[in-house]
Design a protein around this ligand. Structure first.
Ligand code: CMP
Length: 155
């Protein structure tokens, strides 16, 4: 089971898309294990986007993510990192496939609605950064047996 971080960026919050976005992940079968709505400090933004320091769009990224409230979700499920990235779609909404969140809801590269962790190492560090070590919730759902099948044992 994997955990991953999703941020609904200020454009998604301003457009009233938090429910639509989180609903897509819930309907997929992913479990919400963390939820926060926050104004992002410059310090948090700079730490989150540290890998992009020096790129031409870095300044704009920090400006944008601090421009209004952000909704942060932690999601759990089998192969959650890749599943979420596929659902989010390509970075540039004008290139993202219909059926993906960016493909369905976005049109401009600079307003791409979401961030999603791209690998297990980044998911771990981003979840720690946005939620802290102990803030995620552990719980079982009865419906999980209908969503996640046990792997058959090989004989
Ligand atoms: P995000 O997933 O938040 O992480 C890095 C962000 O950089 C990405 O979403 C885009 O918003 C942004 N980004 C990536 N490439 C470019 C680019 N060429 N020009 C502008 N922004 C970019």
């Amino acid at each position: 089971m994997q955990r991953t971080l999703v941020l609904a960026k200020p454009d998604a919050v301003q457009r009233g898309l938090i429910g639509e976005i989180i609903g897509r992940f819930e309907r997929k079968g992913l479990k919400v294990v963390g939820l926060r709505l926050l104004h992002v400090s410059r310090e948090l933004a700079e730490e989150h986007y540290a890998v992009h320091v020096g790129k031409h769009f870095y300044g704009g990224l920090v400006e944008f993510i601090t421009s209004g409230p952000v909704a942060a979700f932690a999601l759990e499920g089998p192969d959650a990192i890749a599943v979420v990235r596929r659902m989010v779609g390509k970075t540039m909404p004008n290139e993202a496939e219909p059926g993906t969140i960016r493909g369905d809801l976005g049109v401009s590269g600079l307003r791409n609605l979401l961030h999603a962790s791209d690998a297990p190492e980044t998911a771990d560090s981003e979840l720690a950064l946005w939620f802290g070590a102990d803030a995620l919730v552990h719980y079982a759902r009865e419906i999980d047996a209908w969503i996640v099948a046990e792997e058959p044992t090989r004989t």
